[in-house]
Design a binder for this molecule. Structure first.
Ligand code: FNR
Length: 383
């Protein structure tokens, strides 16, 4: 039978519900990865390479999940990673996500490809805000976006550096998923069988990309997300550009998509406040190692000099605890909250966060820990 939000206990349940509600091009855009999706699968599988070794009899009636990361105080060691196009997933889009993040005291990142204006979003929700930046060929656009982010009082700039060209997302090529989003004749049938999504979508504000619209229109065509990266983003970007951008921003600055130890060191050398170890949820370079697998060595190399964050494949509280025990300052969620958003909007994201919070509290107790800072490498064994 049909499942409801009340029956959603874990990631797979949210994913199932999202799949029931979404037209297939949109569902597949969220769910998919690059090439053969090896990295996409590996992201979650890699947690099995490490086992938790609990301690008992520690007096764990109260558990404190608060943490400090990138100059922000979060009530939870997890945050909602920036993702594109949220109003396609649920008509309230980024507003729903930000409202849920605010309720749970964590950070939310608005994407360059966000479907609501970052100024409006930052005005409405005072939760720690992250602005995720893509470095465009059009330098004027870069400056204008950064200026807007500054004026909006956004706390953290997160520059994504793993998408300098589009990943090969074959699901999008097959379904014809493009931006700006178009209801093609061929796609229409798929939308007709998801009436509830269709009615909400048609009734809500016209789809747009407020951060970029004029620039995409200038091109006068529709693009797959892969082609957007390839055509709009600047593949000539180097560390010099990052340093210049960091100067221009002036505030807390973080690089998303760092994977090598050498790059982590370089990020620390130029004074970045943080890095996110990430393979973009397996959507860019297939066959890439996972952020989680790189965590130990990178924390040991630069962990004293900047905050090391990680994302990719986190589906359980225990996955998060393993990363924290290796020294990650916080863990980013992507599809976990996106499927919940697609399933039930703000309520869905709140349920996803509540589930994750309950798992974290339970697992902390079972590990014999009452504070995040008590988690350490001695509580893990590598297989
Ligand atoms: C993303 N991600 C992403 N990252 C980014 O820096 N800017 C963006 O606009 C997007 N957009 C985006 C859309 C969708 C649909 C997904 C699934 C992902 C990557 C995201 O921030 C994060 O790195 C991964 O999603 C983490 O992996 P999991 O949690 O999805 O497995």
């Amino acid at each position: 039978g049909c499942m409801g939000l009340d029956q959603c206990l874990n990631f797979d349940d949210f994913q199932k519900l999202a799949r029931q509600r979404l037209p297939s091009p949109i569902y597949n855009y969220i769910a998919g990865g690059a090439d053969d999706e090896v990295t996409l699968r590996q992201n979650t599988e890699s947690f099995a390479s490490v086992d938790l070794v609990p301690n008992v009899l520690r007096g764990v009636e109260t558990v404190d999940l608060t943490t400090n990361v990138l100059g922000q105080r979060l009530a939870l060691p997890i945050y909602l990673s920036p993702t594109a196009l949220q109003r396609l997933f649920h008509h309230k889009g980024e507003y729903a996500t930000a409202a849920a993040a605010e309720k749970f005291g964590t950070m939310f990142g608005c994407s360059s490809l966000g479907t609501v204006s970052m100024e409006e979003l930052a005005k409405k929700h005072k939760t720690p805000q992250v602005y995720q930046f893509y470095f465009h060929k059009d330098r004027g656009l870069n400056t204008a976006m950064m200026q807007k982010a500054k004026e909006s009082g956004i706390n953290v700039m997160m520059l994504t550096v793993d998408s300098i060209t589009g990943g090969n997302r074959e699901r999008d090529l097959r379904t014809g998923f493009t931006i700006p989003f178009r209801l093609t004749a061929a796609g229409l049938a798929q939308f007709a069988i998801k009436p509830r999504w269709g009615i909400d979508y048609v009734r809500s504000e016209k789809f747009s990309l407020p951060q970029l619209d004029s620039h995409i229109k200038m091109k006068g065509n529709t693009l797959t997300i892969g082609r957007y990266f390839t055509e709009m983003l600047d593949p000539s970007m180097t560390w010099d550009d990052v340093e210049a951008m960091k100067e221009e921003w002036g505030g807390t600055f973080c690089l998303k998509g760092i994977m090598s130890v050498a790059d982590a060191r370089r990020a620390a050398d130029i004074g970045c406040h943080g890095i996110v170890l990430s393979n973009h949820g397996g959507r860019q370079l297939d066959g890439s190692r996972t952020g989680f697998d790189q965590l130990d060595e990178i924390v040991q190399t630069v962990g004293e000099r900047l905050d090391v964050l990680v994302d990719g494949g986190f589906r359980r509280g225990t996955h998060v605890l393993k990363a924290l025990a290796l020294g990650a300052k916080a863990v980013g969620l992507g599809r976990y909250y996106l499927f919940a958003l697609a399933a039930a909007g703000q309520q869905g994201v709140e349920r996803a966060l509540a589930q994750m919070k309950a798992e974290l509290e339970r697992d902390m107790r079972l590990m014999g820990c009452t504070k995040i800072s008590e988690l350490n490498r001695d509580m893990l064994r590598f297989r």
